[in-house]
Ligand binder design. Structure first.
Ligand SMILES: Cc1ncc(COP(=O)(O)O)c(C=O)c1O
Length: 365
């Protein structure tokens, strides 16, 4: 059997190592995972009750159009329900956008170090990806604009950017949107939107009426703490959302995910408390990196990239053996480690282990 020729060399996505696997492999009783930008504070207590209500309904298909959840999100964002589409994580919305809008010969533009799912889906659709170098870890919107041709269908802007954590400001973004052709879709991936505290940071959903070519992605996986349930969404013009809906599977989000997301959205107090605790945790990590004399990129989400000044993959391995999972292996940032902001206790364990592992460079362990 032969797969399609153009997918043969596609890499398989490498997720952060699961806790259970690391525990077993190294015989550890406790493992701290700060590798996948998950929420260390769990999720709103309202979610459990909402899920319990669904437990007797597993024999019934979910609402394929996620009508109740759509109405709740649309009201929350002050948009029309026909402007919102849900996916099995925002990952799926990215795949659906690529499926609906990219074909062979089309170009799409993204940063050279950004969320890998944009490129992998473009590859699947046989579109050409133009990867524009970040400048000091930040999107270079001028260079991205200069890369636009009459073949460009999509520009992906990850804001804050994963893995670097940097943001583009509202002024920078508007200046870009004012000049990019209106036929080019601009996807603003705001997976970490709720964490950002910088006042210059734009809310993409507020730009939709002025820039009809914008599509905003958000997720319930990060600050809402529902990563396991796989639910995220896209917001854009109704005609664009309709095109994406045309390539969506009929029942792509589950009954449990829809109910949980609706309950989670209603608990903005939980979101606010996570935002505050995350900002405190970020400050703690930044101060510790400063104490260690290590530079770090300006972080705006629930993760931070630190320059370890040594091969980060080896450091990552040494930390793994001590029960701390971070993230390394970023091609353009070989000495950088990305760490998710954990709970205060997890952050302390991380720093202790990190410092130990830093000092073991070159030693046989
Ligand atoms: C920038 C960005 N976008 C999208 C996603 C996908 O999130 P999900 O599919 O869980 O909604 C992630 C997950 O890490 C991410 O970092």
């Amino acid at each position: 059997m032969q797969p399609k020729a153009h997918i043969v060399d596609l890499p398989v996505y490498q997720p952060g190592k699961p806790i259970e696997e690391v525990q077993k492999e190294y015989g550890l009783s406790e493992v701290v995972k700060l590798a996948s930008n998950e929420n260390p504070y769990g999720f709103s207590p309202r979610v459990k009750a909402a899920i319990e209500e669904e437990l007797t309904k597993f024999n019934l298909y979910p609402d394929g159009g996620a009508v109740e959840l759509t109405a709740a999100v649309a009201e929350y964002l002050s948009v029309n329900p026909d402007q919102v589409i849900f996916g099995c994580g925002s990952d799926e919305v990215i795949a659906l956008i690529a499926r609906a809008f990219l074909s062979e010969g089309d170009e799409n533009i993204m940063a050279d170090a950004t969320f890998s799912v944009y490129k992998s889906n473009a590859d699947i659709e046989k579109a050409t990806s133009i990867e524009v170098p970040l400048q000091a870890g930040k999107h270079d919107l001028e260079a991205m604009l200069a890369a636009v041709t009459d073949r460009t269908k999509i520009v992906w802007i990850c804001n804050p950017n994963n893995p670097t954590g940097t943001i583009v400001s509202e002024t920078e973004l508007r200046s870009f949107l004012d000049r990019v052709p209106s036929s080019v879709m601009v996807v603003l991936d705001e997976a970490y939107f709720e964490y950002v505290t910088d006042e210059e940071y734009p809310d993409g959903t507020k730009l939709l009426s002025q820039y009809p070519n914008v599509v905003v992605l958000r997720t319930f996986s990060k600050i809402y703490g529902l990563a396991a349930l796989r639910i995220g969404y896209g917001v854009g013009q109704a005609s664009v959302i309709r095109s994406i809906n045309q390539v969506r599977e009929p029942f792509n989000t589950t009954r449990i995910a829809q109910a949980a997301a609706k309950a989670a959205l209603a608990d903005q107090e939980f979101v606010q408390s996570c935002r505050t605790k995350n900002a405190e945790g970020l400050l703690f990590l930044q101060k510790e990196f400063d104490r260690l004399g290590l530079s770090h990129l300006p972080a705006n989400g629930n993760f931070i990239m630190v320059d370890t000044k040594q091969p980060a993959m080896e450091l990552f391995q040494r930390m793994l053996q001590k029960g701390v999972i971070a993230r390394a292996g970023f091609k353009l940032y070989p000495t950088y480690l990305r760490v998710t902001v954990g709970s205060p206790r997890e952050n302390e364990i991380f720093i202790r282990t990190f410092e130990e592992a830093l000092n073991e460079q070159g030693a046989t362990v």
